[in-house]
Design a binder for this molecule. Sequence first.
Ligand code: C6P
Length: 406
Amino acid sequence: MSPDWTRIRHDFPILDQEVHGHPLIYFDNAATSQKPRQVIDALVRYYERDNANVHRGLHELSNRATDQYETARRKVAAFVNASDEEIIFTRGTTEGINLVAQSWGRANLKAGDVILATEMEHHSNLVPWQMLAAQTGAVLKHIPVTDEGVLDVDQLDSLLTEQVKLLTFVHVSNSLGTINPAKLLIEKAHAVGAKVLLDGAQSAGHMTVDVRSLDCDFYALSGHKMCAPTGIGALYVKQPILANMPPWHGGGEMILRVQFGSSTFKDGPARFEAGTPDISGAIVLGTAIDYLESIGRQAIFDHDAQLTSYALQRMSEIEGLRIFGPMQDRGALVAFSLEGAHPHDLTEFANTQGLALRGGHHCTQPLMRKFKVPSTTRASFYFYNTRDEIDRMIDILLGAKKFFGS
Ligand code: C6P
C-alpha cells in the first residue's frame, strides 16, 4: 500500500507557514532536510527526561543515555546493513571523510600512491584528500565527467592502475543529481586492490543503501539530510579495516589507559569518538531512521523519482532554461540556469515568492568550471514535497523569465 503522503507532510510543522506572503515551498532539501514532529519530540523528551553523559556515569540517567546512544548505533548499522562495530558517530559526511583521510589515509598512503576521486566531488570529498596528499606525497587524480553529467567510465581502465590505493566518489551528486554506478566502480577498484569510500550525503536518506551488497570499505552520511538534526552523522568502516585504523582525535572515552608519556586505546568505534559526543543528536538520528523506515525507503525513492521526473519534464518546456546533469538515473534534484538571470538573482526572486531554492556553486567548484558556469540554481526535493509545489515552481520560473526579460 502506498504511504499516505498528505498525512506524512503534516508531520513537518515548519512546512505550514507563509514566506513573503506566499505558502512556503521548501526545495532546498539537498542542503538540509526538514525534521518531522517525531524527531523534534524525541529531542525534547531526551532533554526533559534522560539527559546525562554516556559511558561514564553509574547512575540511572547516564545508563539510560548510554543505552539509547548505543541503540542508535545499532539502528544506523541496520539502516546500511552493517554491524554496530562498524559504525562511528561523526558530525556529518565532512567529518567522516576527514576521519578516513587522517586515520586510514595517513597510516596507509605513501609518496607516489594515487587517490582517485571524480570531477563531480563535493569539496568535502576533495579537500581532505588534497591535505592528505600534501602530508604523504600521494597524488590526487580524478575521473572526468562527460557533458551529460555522468562519469566517463571509458577512462576508468586507464585511471585504475595498481598505484591507486583509494577510489573515493559521491554516490549521488549534489550538483548534477547523477546516481553513480557504485557497484561497478567498487568492483573495478577492488580488482586493482584499492579501497573505496562512498560519499553518501545525498544517498543515505533517499534510497536503500546496503554497504555489504555494495561492498564499499567506507560510507559517510549526514543525519541532517535525512530528517535528523545538524551536527550528527555516521561513518561505516568495514571490519577488519576499522580494527587496524589508528585514532585521529585524542581525549576522553577513546582510551584504555593513560600515563604521562603514552596511552593505549580502545578497540572498535569508541577509539574514534574522543570526548563527549553529540548524544542527543545520535539518539534522534535513531528516531529519524525509525521514521524513514516506517515510510519505507523504496517508497521514498519512488516518490522522489516521480517528483523529479515530473519537474524535469515541466522544466524542459521552459525556453532558455538549461538543465545540468543526466535526464535519467538521477537523485531528487535539478540544477539549472535561466538565460539572462544570474543564478543568485533567480534564487532571490524565487525567495520573494516563498520558494526556497539554492543558488551557488554547491561546493563543487571544479565541476562548475567543467560546465563553464560560476554557479547554478538548484531545486531539491524530498518525500514531503508535492507535484502541486512543482507546478507552483514552474509558474514562479515563468514569472522570473518575464521579470529578467529572458
Ligand atoms: N551538500 C548542499 O547544499 P555535511 O556538510 O558534512 O553534512 O555534508 C557535506 C557534503 C558532502 N557531500 C555531498 C555530496 C554533499 O552534498 C554535502 C553537503 C550541501 O549540496 C551543502 S554544500
